[in-house]
Write a protein that binds this ligand. Sequence first.
Ligand code: M6R
Length: 609
Amino acid sequence: MCGIVGYNGTKRAVDILLDSLSKLEYRGYDSAGIAIRDKDIEVFKSKGKLANLKEKIENIELKGTVGIGHTRWATHGEPSENNAHPHISNDGSVTLVHNGIIENYQELILKLEKHNYKFYSDTDTEVLTNIIDYYYKKYKMGPIDAINRTMVRVRGSYAIAVMFKDYPDEIWVARKDSPMIIGQNKDGVYVASDVPAILKYTNKVYYIDNLEAACLKKDQVIFYDLNGDVIKKELTCIKWDAEAAEKEGYEHFMIKEINEQPDVIKKTINSYIQDNKIDLARSGLTEDILKSFKQIYIIACGSAYHVGVCAQYILEDLTRLPVRVEIASEFRYRNPLLDKKGLAIIISQSGETADSLAALRECKKQGVKTLGIINVVGSSIAREADYVLYTLAGPEIAVATTKAFSTQLIVSYILATEIAHIKRKINKKTYLELIKEIQTLPDKTKNILDNLTKSIQKIANKFSYIHDAFYIGRNLDYAISLEGSLKLKEVSYIHSEAYAAGELKHGTISLIEDNTLVIGIITQKEIYEKTISNLVEVKSRGAYIITVNPNDLDVSKVSNFTINIPETNKYFYPSLTVIPLQLLSYYITVSKGLDVDKPRNLAKSVTVE
Ligand code: M6R
């Protein structure tokens, strides 16, 4: 959802802002804009991708060393130049970029109209800009007073960067429930929605908390609380390296990230398993704490929810604890009845997904302990959860998640194995066998990438014309069907559905006709035959069948195209079946000539409801 950046230092701001925005385009690409301070504040905006803005300003000499920028994912108002950020207050005193949503903007318009404010756009952000201007002029007590009064008055979520005409050497920022980090090096101070935007310049960052503001000078950052009192903060060192956020010779981030999976899952495994022993101590999860839970809730959105569906099968089977998995946006509004002896696991790559964050807060409110499985260190969910297990996927740039998904699966296997062991639901031998098998997954993943990529690319080219696809499986194979189907539709715009194989006959099978693509996932031995029967049923109605199954299973009678994966323990197949499904989605999309890293209408991190 929208990306904001800012720079105040000794270098030309325009270069840094455009470069940083290019790293944030995955957050939104409906329009882009920058404001640069030289003598005056100059604003440039364009509809569409950042390239349009770059083209617009390429022949303009912009020497200023202070500026803010924005890449937009439209919420209020269509994608247009007029609605693009930065927005400017009526007389140009305040220039602002914003990520988030101001919920009471209509009430604020009425208030401002009484004071003769006029509006040129359809955005809540223009209203926010003018509210700051209103308090700035009414109380004449400077930027921090105007920003704090605004924070008290507005409802919603925001991360803002603001330039005041009267304060040429400063950028002001504030946030509530939208991500923002502030970086610093010898060349100046940087602000961004996300770490990859500034990683090239610095890995030293400050985290700004909810309802805090900061003044960014060229060599200093001053933080304030809602009372306007100065607060002290320490710089934190981010461990990601800058190259990880670059394409490094790959055509797209998605394929780069697919290929990084053996490496990042290995790193994740090694951070929790040493000397054949699982160690979760760094998260604060001691044996006694893990033993105490009587119920597990898993809450997440999108692909992270699909990890939750996999984890539900595995955790429940291994630990014999009741496990319930829920979509965060549903959970938060259903007045859930939670067991105080339960553990709520929130899975999120970004750690900023608005619904997941709200679900976490609901669990905490009800006195339930929370565990975040999170990729971005220092993100809101990571900071608010009682315990955190980090995935070591590194920066994930492609909108469609691949490597973060795979590392989340790994963490859920490790957690399930550890709880089962501590609760004596599995013996030492099984514990060691499971650990050993988890450790084989990086090589098996690499084996799939090395040996199957070419043939999957070939078959993908044949399917760029299709309108529908169905993914079917049972148990964990159904769980991974959900992810395969989402992966295909989100990047290729091909309609696809995932179905529990046994459920097809209850309606969906009527959609099967000649050459409908059906992808069958068949890895769970006890139910092989049942899924195969369901595939026979759709084949006899004309479907073209692709199967993803272990080497030892003969599916030649039913499958038109077979993707053979290495064998593993039944619990860990999702890690191996998802790889060909990612490749299939990637290559179908590339063969359609679509922008695979930035699918239409999507944003990487969904920080609004
Ligand atoms: O950052 P999160 O893991 O909380 O994001 C959740 C979903 O928005 C995310 O998994 C989304 O479904 C993916 N882009 C799909 O590839």
